[in-house]
Structures are given as C-alpha cells and as structure tokens.
Design a protein around this ligand. Sequence first.
Ligand code: 0WD
Ligand code: CA
Length: 390
Amino acid sequence: AEDDLSPTGKVARAKVEGDDALAFPSLSHPVSHSPAFQRPSQLITFSYSPSRVLQFDDSALRYFVNPPHGADLNHGYKNWTRRPEERGRIDGLLSAWSRFKTTLNGQNPEIGVISWRGVITKILTAPYEERDAWELNVMCVDGTMYFEEHLSDARLKEKNDMEPRHRLQSYYGYSFESYCTSSTPNERNQHASGSSSGSSGAVGWGGDVDTNVQWCSVVKTKLGDTRIIIGGEVDCVRGGYTGNTDNFVELKTSLSIRGAQDEARFEKKLLKFYFQSFLLGVPEIFVGFRKPSGHLTTTQVFQTVQIPRLVRGKPGAWDPNICLAWGDQFITFLTNTVRGGSRDNVWRIKFTPKIGVSVVLLDDVNVRDVEGGERRVGFLPRWYWEEING
Ligand code: 0WD
Ligand code: CA
C-alpha cells in the first residue's frame, strides 16, 4: 500500500485511516497553530577519534577562536584526503542512547523518534525544498521510530565522485572550522600568532582537516506530543564547556553578499542553518563570508533564535511554523502508517520536492540490501536489537 502526503500537508492519493484532520497549510499563508518545540536538553556527548572509534569522552571537543582576517581557506587542500562517503548508519547514536538509558534506573520514557539531526533537518525544511529529493529507511519498534537516511548506490557513487569544484567548496567549510577552533580553551580567544600544526605556514591554522574526528551531542526534545532523541555534530564551544548546549557554536561558510540576489539566496540558506542548529539547541551560528577564490572577507555572528525575525517579509522569506507544523504532520502520518506492521519491518520514505512523501514497505530482497549482512536486523545493529528485545 502506498500513502502520500504532500509537503503542504495535503493528502494526495492517501488513505490515512481516521485522520482527515490534517491541515492544508499553504506556503504563502501563516499556519493557524504550530506545535510546540521543547527546548533541547543534553543527555550525553561522545567523540569519534581519528581512526573513527567512538569514545564516551570529550576528546574531540573544540574551542572557538576568531579566524585571522583574510584567511586563505585553500590552505592544506592539496594534502587533504577525503574519507569515502559511507551509508548514514544510526549505530553511533544508538550506542549513546543505550549508554544513557543505563542511568535511567529502569524508567522507560516513551520515545517517538530517534534520529541523527541531519535527517530531522531534511524533514522539517522539506516544505521549502525545491531541488533535492531524499529517501529514508524507517523502522518502528515498541512505538519508537528509527530513521536513517537511505542513499541509493547511485547517490553514494555521486557523492564519492564529487566534481573538483564542489569538492574544493566543501573543503572550504572544513578549513574554516580549522581556523575557527583550537583544541584548548584560549583566553585571548585567538590562535597564538604564527602557531600552526600539520601543514605549515598559515597563521591561525588550527590543524589539518580530519573529517573522521567529530564531537557529538545527544539531546532530548519534543515536537508537539512526540518525544524525540536527536544526535548531531557540534563544531565548537565558546569559552569553556559547561556541560550543556548554552555555548555551542555552529560554523558555516558562505559566498560574500554583493547584491539583492545574493542576499535573497543567503536568506534561503538560513532556513537550513536555522533548523540544523535549533534542533540541537545550538544558540550561535558563526558565518565566514568568502570570495569565490576561498579568501575570507568578513564574519558574522547570528543568534539562532533571531534568524526567523531576520528573514520575515524579505524576498527569500520562510516561516519556521510551517516547517514545525509539517514536521508534526509528517511524524503523525508515519506513525499511523507503520504502527500496524511487525517490528522487523523496514519502510522506505521518499520525498520528492513539490510532490510530497510516499511510504512503501520494503520486501525481503530490499531489506537484505539495507542490512548488508547478518549483523543487522533491518537497519538496526543486532546488538541493539537484542538489547531492546531482551
Ligand atoms: O544524515 C546525516 N546527516 C547523517 C550523518 C547520516 C548518517 C551519519 N551522519 C553522521 C555524521 O557524519 C556525523 O558523524 O552522524 C553524525 C552527526 O550527523 P549530523 O549532525 O546529523 O549531520 P548534519 O547536521 O547533516 O551535518 C553536520 C556536520 C556537517 O557540517 P555542515 O556545517 O556542513 O552542516 O557534520 C559533517 C559536516 O561537517 N558531516 C559530514 N562530514 C563528512 N562526511 C558528513 C559526511 N558524510 N555528514 C555530515
Ligand atoms: Ca559546520
């Protein structure tokens, strides 16, 4: 059976039993009421080491420092080896969730969704997505839905054979992170003049790019009536680490704005910046504007919660309430669709811009594809499956 939900909330070719109360928000009209989004609170953090080993410590935590004026983001590019793109497995997040649960002393809170933050960002920003389609795998066990991004073999290959221009641009983002962070808290809030490590010669360079190394935070929050566990990468903290999300900083690069068209384009991008940070409770987004050549021009601090007000009424405008209402409908719609199935079912969700969302139950052949071996049940790692079934 295939049920569809359009991004504006309209049910197309759908039979959502007993659920004809879905709103029909239009992108040009405010939604009448949007579901509440609970302030995220942190449960646990973890680090990935250079050899991509998950460790329950803060060894990968970085501290914010101001980047040097005019920094060259091309620095270190020629020595950079990109780690091959992998399928977006949920294993690391489940390890952290499993570890956190041991502190709960048997209480079993009803969790509606467990997912990486990047996936939830895609879901919430779908009403304004005009270009990129995406797919998810979904499992539902004991009322908890697990989401993982599904990359087809073709998409995976595409991501690994990135065009040189695109590859360089993505490096600019990582390079900016290096210039903006230090492995130690620094009182002067700046890299010591001339200090550098790895590729030599760039003032303020914070060390060579290693995308294996990540510091991740796992939070709990609530959208409408659904409790959600979200894990995501945090670029750095401002000042010292206080054990909560209050001084987390997200780092971004963007082309310098030279006219009204650039500005509108940037304001559209702010939608993704906003939700990505909002979902994890990251209060600050530090943007480095750069020339096409990769040289930094200016930087600007954005307070996450103020971003919606900044774009309101502008040409690139968007309304976060439309996204929250959509997200709530999306979760309700999925819950209603998948809860009747059995616990090892894997569902495939397809989002197509301007058309909507479809859900199909994967058959055995396709599930084997998702599993890729005996170590999983559906896409859940077997150790976790045994834990929740034990
Ligand atoms: O759907 C996703 N985003 C997935 C992420 C699917 C499966 C796994 N992951 C991994 C990420 O690599 C990371 O270990 O989960 C962890 C956290 O993910 P997230 O925070 O949910 O990821 P997202 O919000 O999409 O991206 C955050 C940052 C990116 O920063 P920018 O400023 O570009 O948004 O994570 C980095 C990237 O720096 N990142 C990656 N780096 C290398 N390879 C990748 C990747 N495939 N994905 C995200
Ligand atoms: Ca970033």
